[in-house]
Structures are given as structure tokens and as C-alpha cells.
Write a protein that binds this ligand. Structure first.
Ligand SMILES: Cc1ncc(COP(=O)(O)O)c(C=O)c1O
Length: 255
């Protein structure tokens, strides 16, 4: 994806990434620095372990062509209100890319609601194989100049995002993972019918499945929160310690 943008924009253009991202989401954009792009980074608010919205706004400008952000951070568990960031980035015409890898197993995703241009994930986080998946708005996807085998049958979306032959076994595994979620939805439909009545067909079953997981996980998370209060650690709470390690890691990277 980063190389698509390298071909679409010119040296001096800016990319905005965040200090709360999984490292997988940063080096591809950092590579653009070597091609003359400016890569800016949104800082973390140390008190709340959330992205600093004011810092984000101060680094956004007409030069910002791409803004890459994660929906949930696996380093510290923070869930970001990505919609708020996307609205702002769009005011400057930046293309937004949301990584929802850590969010996908836990919550229902409404891509129209957050209005991101691109959304990316790995299906292994929700019972599938290690296969990257991309959603893109049609008008953005049509503009992407991707790296691919130059063949007559892969010039259009979505196949132009494939670098070579499709990994059919992974694609089928990903489809099975979706069926597994839908199956969980069918099993719990009698309790969830009311909550999913606005949907129909496979979508209804998938949403019910995700809701069933969410309720189950909420109970586990509540139990964990109660227990964590009893863990004695004179210096840090677990969350503070994670932040410390995170900040140290990034300062070493900068150094
Ligand atoms: C938030 C987040 N982004 C990206 C990744 C990396 O995904 P992949 O291993 O498919 O590159 C992970 C993996 O744990 C993640 O949690």
C-alpha cells in the first residue's frame, strides 16, 4: 500500500502515522522517507495513554496525503475513536488508512460509519489464516497504482492488490472463518434476535456471532479488571508499565 502511495504522490508530500501503532504499521511508511516523503508521527498522551488529538491536529496540513492509524492498540489496549481523526484528516484531503487488526476479533465493524478510505486487517486475528485483507472505497481503489505481476487479468480492483497468484488455501480459510462466526451467531440467535433484527441473512448471523463474543469477553474483562486491582505492584499499574516500555521503545527507535 505504501508503494502505491509512493507512486501517487511526490517528494515533499507528508504522511502521518502514530506512536501507538503496531510496528508492522510503521516501517512501510518510514520507507517513504527514503524516497523524499516527510513522515510525521502523532504522539501519545502520557496521562491517558491515548493519542494526543491536539498534537495530531498540529501535524495535519494540506501537505498530508496519507494518515495511517490503528483502531485498537495491542500494546496498551487503547481503543481510539478513529472517526474523530478521520473527519479531521478528510478536511485536508488526506487518504485515511485504518488498521483494525486488534479491533476485529472483538467488535463489530461499520466501515460506512467511520468513513475511512481504506481499512486493513489480518484474518488470523478472527480464526482465519495469516491473510491480509483490504477494504477500499471504490474511488480510492481505482486510483491505486499497485505493485503486481503485469498480467492482463489483474489490472482492476480487487485483484490489482494481489502481487501474484492468489493464495487460494488462505482465501478459503478466511471464508471458513467468517462462516464460523456466523455459526456462533446462529447458536445464540434466540438470545440476540432483538439486537440484530435490523439485519438479514448471513450479515445477521455474523453480527449476532460478534455480539455473542463481545458479551462473553466483557464478562472475562470485568473479572480481569477486578482481579488486577489486587495485584500488588508498588511502582506501576500494568497499564503504566506498558506505556513506559512503549515510550522507551520508540525513543530507542528515534535514537
Ligand atoms: C494492531 C496490529 N496491527 C498489525 C499487526 C500485524 O499483523 P501481521 O502480523 O499480519 O503483519 C498486529 C499483530 O499482532 C496487530 O495487533
Amino acid at each position: 500500500m505504501a508503494f502505491c502511495f509512493a507512486r501517487m504522490f511526490k517528494p515533499g508530500d507528508e504522511t502521518l502515522i502514530t506512536n501507538m501503532d503496531h510496528e508492522a504499521n510503521r516501517p512501510p511508511w518510514r520507507l517513504l522517507e527514503q524516497l523524499g516523503f516527510v513522515v510525521n508521527v502523532v504522539d501519545i498522551h502520557p496521562d491517558t495513554i491515548t493519542l494526543d488529538f491536539e498534537d495530531f491536529k498540529s501535524k495535519l496540513s494540506d501537505k498530508t496525503k496519507v494518515f495511517a492509524i490503528n483502531w485498537a492498540a495491542n500494546s496498551c489496549g487503547t481503543i481510539t475513536d478513529v472517526k474523530k481523526f478521520i473527519v479531521e484528516a478528510h478536511k485536508y484531503g488526506a487518504i485515511t488508512i485504518v488498521g483494525f487488526v486488534h479491533y476485529a476479533p472483538h467488535k463489530i465493524i461499520d466501515v460506512k460509519d467511520i468513513d475511512t478510505d481504506i481499512l486493513q486487517c489480518s484474518t488470523y486475528k478472527y480464526f482465519g489464516p495469516h491473510l491480509g485483507v483490504t477494504y477500499s472505497k471504490k474511488e480510492i481503489g481505482d486510483k491505486l497504482n499497485s505493485t503486481r505481476v503485469q498480467a492482463y487479468d489483474n489490472t482492476q480492483m480487487p485483484l490489482k492488490l494481489e502481487t501474484g497468484t492468489l493464495a487460494m488455501e488462505l482465501v478459503n480459510g478466511a471464508a471458513e472463518a467468517i462462516k464460523f462466526i456466523a455459526d456462533a451467531g446462529k447458536h445464540h440467535m434466540d438470545q440476540l434476535e432483538d439486537e440484530v433484527k435490523e439485519y438479514s441473512g448471513l450479515r445477521k448471523e455474523i453480527v449476532a456471532g460478534m455480539k455473542a463474543f463481545e458479551y462473553y469477553e466483557d464478562e472475562l474483562a470485568d473479572a480481569l479488571r477486578v482481579k488486577m486491582k489486587d495485584i500488588k505492584d508498588s511502582k506501576f499499574t500494568v497499564r503504566e508499565r506498558v506505556l513506559q516500555e512503549h515510550l522507551q521503545f520508540h525513543s530507542e527507535l528515534k535514537g
